[in-house]
Design a protein around this ligand. Structure first.
Ligand SMILES: [Cu+2]
Length: 161
């Protein structure tokens, strides 16, 4: 049998416990907290979005409580077919929202307050994420990837009734 020094054995046990803790946190984040990685679902030519599903960004209703929001991020606004400095969509609570988004110029962020939505919008890549709004409230969408001098203006609102 291999002889392992006592202190070395303690360190191996300690490292095993720490690694087990990390693994448990990872599993809990997926199974308990519902953390999902945003998935790239397709590729597009960011200079020719007019030939894609994202040609007409906006909110569509798929069923009674399910919606799809198509978003094109650009310097420096989120375009989902609503005009204004801070575009807004309104949903009933309990609604599920599929967000399909891309960027037409530089890398932008897409973060929804108080929900597990945190995507990087990379030109040429379509990102998709599902979220359910269970509580009424005002939730801001912000760009959290610095994208240029108008970055701080990239804000939109999801109102949940
Ligand atoms: Cu930005």
């Amino acid at each position: 049998m291999i002889h392992i020094h006592r202190l070395e054995r303690y360190w191996m046990i300690t490292v095993g416990i720490v690694m087990g803790g990390f693994m448990a946190a990872l599993v809990a984040s997926v199974l308990v907290y519902g953390v999902r990685l945003p998935t790239p679902v397709g590729r597009v030519d960011p200079t020719h979005l007019e030939n894609t599903d994202l040609a007409t960004p906006g909110l569509t209703q798929d069923s009674e409580h399910a919606y799809t929001l198509r978003v094109v991020a650009k310097m420096w606004q989120f375009d989902f077919g609503v005009k204004g400095q801070m575009p807004k969509i309104t949903l009933q609570h309990g609604s599920s929202l599929k967000i399909v988004a891309t960027s037409k110029d530089v890398t932008h962020g897409f973060y929804v307050e108080q929900h597990n939505v945190n995507m990087m919008l990379v030109p040429g890549q379509i990102s998709e994420m599902d979220v359910v709004f269970t509580k009424p409230g005002i939730y801001h969408i912000i760009c959290h990837e610095y994208c240029g001098p108008g970055h701080q203006n990239m804000i939109a609102v999801i109102e949940v009734l």
